[in-house]
Ligand binder design. Structure first.
Ligand SMILES: O=C(CO)[C@H](O)[C@H](O)COP(=O)(O)O
Length: 228
């Protein structure tokens, strides 16, 4: 199976999960990325079962709307039963690196409100130690060099993310992203707390304090569900 086929398989499994576990008329929390795109495409056939969705990015909002989903403002929602999102890495405790698509800040906000975080990944994302994937950090532009120096002090190699056209990548919130290579992260909860405290950091792409509750892992042998 190709990686895309594994992603499609978990997208379908996540659609089945929400159809079985989320009450009629509820609002869905929807993440960002190619795996989530498969989820959106699969769940769209059942959109009338839901009041709508809260989205974590402009890209997911556009895809949801193209399918006729109502996209609601998080400020108008009190509870979200489930948030479905992908990850760049996930460890045995459900801690994740996220932000490969640059949507980490809104993803973390929507995840904070949700009761259950369902992480959908193909098996290549499952790791014993976080950090082989460069850690995305959304920063206020004027702080980027100062924050980069702090990561160098931690033996990381930060690079400023560049868009496909060669310009500096800008998030949906108007900020920049540092991708920090070469980190080994044995204490993701501690590093998340530390980096969160640095002035100019908007969001660090460690989702550890609020990790996944469930992962649906796409493998050649089928989808494995892991509860944390
Ligand atoms: O965090 C994310 C976007 O900010 C994505 O969930 C993560 O990058 C995984 O993406 P994909 O499903 O395309 O592999």
């Amino acid at each position: 199976m190709t990686q895309d086929e594994l992603k499609q398989q978990v997208g379908r499994a996540a659609a089945n999960y929400v159809l079985s576990n989320v009450a009629h008329g509820a609002v869905l929390g929807v993440g960002t990325g190619s795996t989530v795109n498969f989820f959106i495409d699969e769940v769209a056939a059942f959109k009338d079962r839901f009041r709508g969705a809260v989205s974590s990015s402009n890209a997911s909002t556009a895809r949801l709307r193209a399918h006729g989903f109502e996209v609601l403002e998080l400020n108008d929602i009190e509870t979200l039963p489930v948030y479905v999102d992908g990850a760049d890495e996930i460890d045995a405790a459900g801690h994740m690196i996220k932000g490969g698509g640059g949507a980490l800040t809104r993803e973390k906000i929507v995840a904070m409100v949700a009761q259950t975080f369902v992480c959908i990944v193909d098996e290549s994302k499952r790791v014993d130690l976080l950090g082989a994937f460069p850690l995305p950090v959304e920063v206020i532009p004027m702080a980027s060099a100062a924050i980069a120096r702090r990561f160098v002090d931690l033996d990381g190699q930060p690079t400023l993310r560049v868009a496909k056209d060669g310009s500096t990548f800008v998030t949906d919130n108007g900020n920049w992203v540092l991708d920090v290579h070469g980190l080994r992260i044995p204490d993701p909860v501690g590093l998340e707390a530390e980096v969160n405290n640095w002035p100019g950091v908007v969001t660090v792409g460690l989702f550890a304090r609020r990790g996944a509750n469930i992962s649906l892992l796409g493998t050649k042998e089928g989808v494995h569900r892991i509860d944390y």
